[in-house]
Design a protein around this ligand. Structure first.
Ligand SMILES: C[S@@+](CC[C@H](N)C(=O)[O-])C[C@H]1O[C@@H](n2cnc3c(N)ncnc32)[C@H](O)[C@@H]1O
Length: 196
């Protein structure tokens, strides 16, 4: 990934976060409790929304540039995360470790999302929660074809992001029970509580 990508990512996301995404992140992340793992934390957009009452926050992120930028966030009124450089497809944690896993806008980018979801389920305690915000492939119709057509070029521009991932089906294949909390922009985005 380009070393400028983390800065560009934050600049592009800034207005969206202010107007829209920030509130969605906050509502989702406030459901987290106990031992929490965040996957693909990027520049740390979720960090300010973690409640102080949680037991511990560990985040993993493979990209050193993202880690560097997330480390710039100063914790004053949120838990200080332990940041580990790692890949969600091979998590360096024992099974049944976490009460909650948070992943926002990540499974669109992970090369093998099913493998990563199985890893997430392995390290979650039974009955643990995977809190997800993802954009997904729409069900049929012209727009989903456009998503398919744009993805090869988009992947190169947007750090490996696929516009057409069917993440809900992958969650089922990985063995999660899915509770959809909300769908946004006509089903383009989903907010999910997936139970292990
Ligand atoms: C679109 S960014 C989202 C960042 C952040 N979660 C957010 O909501 O702003 C996707 C993130 O997934 C990370 N990522 C890509 N492949 C990954 C993998 N195999 N394991 C964990 N994270 C990965 C990227 O480095 C990047 O930080």
């Amino acid at each position: 990934m380009s070393r400028f990508f983390p800065v560009v990512y934050d600049l592009v996301m800034f207005p969206l976060e202010r107007i829209w995404l920030g509130r969605i992140r906050e509502a989702l992340i406030s459901k987290g409790s106990g031992m929490i793992l965040e996957i693909g934390a990027g520049t740390g957009a979720n960090f300010p929304y973690y409640p102080m009452k949680i037991e511990k926050l560990i985040v993993i992120e493979p990209d050193p540039g993202m880690i560097l930028r997330s480390g710039l966030l100063k914790a004053s009124d949120h838990p200080v995360p332990v940041i580990v450089q790692s890949d969600a497809q091979s998590l360096p944690f024992a099974e049944n470790t976490f009460d909650t896993i948070v992943a926002t806008l990540v499974f669109c980018t992970i090369p093998d999302p099913l493998l990563a979801l199985r890893e997430a389920r392995r390290v979650l305690k039974p009955g643990g929660h995977l809190l997800l915000l993802e954009h997904v492939r729409l069900k049929g119709g012209l727009f989903s074809k456009i998503q398919d057509g744009l993805t090869p070029a988009w992947k190169h521009l947007a750090g490996g992001c696929h516009l057409n991932r069917d993440t809900l089906s992958l969650l089922k294949q990985a063995g999660f029970q899915i509770k959809i909390l909300s769908t946004l922009l006509g089903g383009l985005f989903v907010v999910v509580n997936a139970i292990s």
